[in-house]
Design a protein around this ligand. Sequence first.
Ligand SMILES: Nc1ncnc2c1ncn2[C@@H]1O[C@H](COP(=O)(O)OP(=O)(O)OP(=O)(O)O)[C@@H](O)[C@H]1O
Ligand SMILES: [Mg+2]
Length: 159
Amino acid sequence: MKSRYDNEMELDFLSKSNNEAFARITVAAFAAQLDPTIEELADIKTAVSEAVTNSIIHGYENTEGLVKIKATLLNNVVQIEISDNGKGIEDIELARKPLYTSKGNLERSGMGFTIMESFMDEVEIHSVVGIGTKIIMKKKINKENNKEEIEEEKNALID
Ligand SMILES: Nc1ncnc2c1ncn2[C@@H]1O[C@H](COP(=O)(O)OP(=O)(O)OP(=O)(O)O)[C@@H](O)[C@H]1O
Ligand SMILES: [Mg+2]
């Protein structure tokens, strides 16, 4: 099989909150191949955490199910798909709005999608009620900036 990507990986895990850290660390380790800055890696980890938490809390409502992640690298773009076969989202536009949460009583702040959108370049939400939800996020890793950063770090060491 010839992949159309430079690299790709898939991860399936049970919807347990213990797996949130596992998922974000694994995706970050995979994305590290693109030589991201510490900040870019932190952004990816945060976005993955938000999407995985949503699948566990809202998709499966703390019942047991599988969360799937597929991540691909192509040129300097990392694409991450996070999906569940949970209850789905009735109104996607409403769900995207800052501060909207269907679980206000559970100390949710309704900022998950807003955080994903601010840390990633693109966030698509696909969802069908009763079938599940898939979030597709992309982030371009800005290698030119990173080169400059490395140069600056080198110069700082010499000075
Ligand atoms: N995977 C999912 N399955 C079903 N519903 C979802 C899913 N992801 C998000 N939602 C719905 O979209 C709403 C908004 O999600 P968002 O992450 O922005 O806020 P939140 O999870 O409620 O709060 P926070 O992320 O700040 O803790 C959720 O309250 C929920 O109703
Ligand atoms: Mg959330």
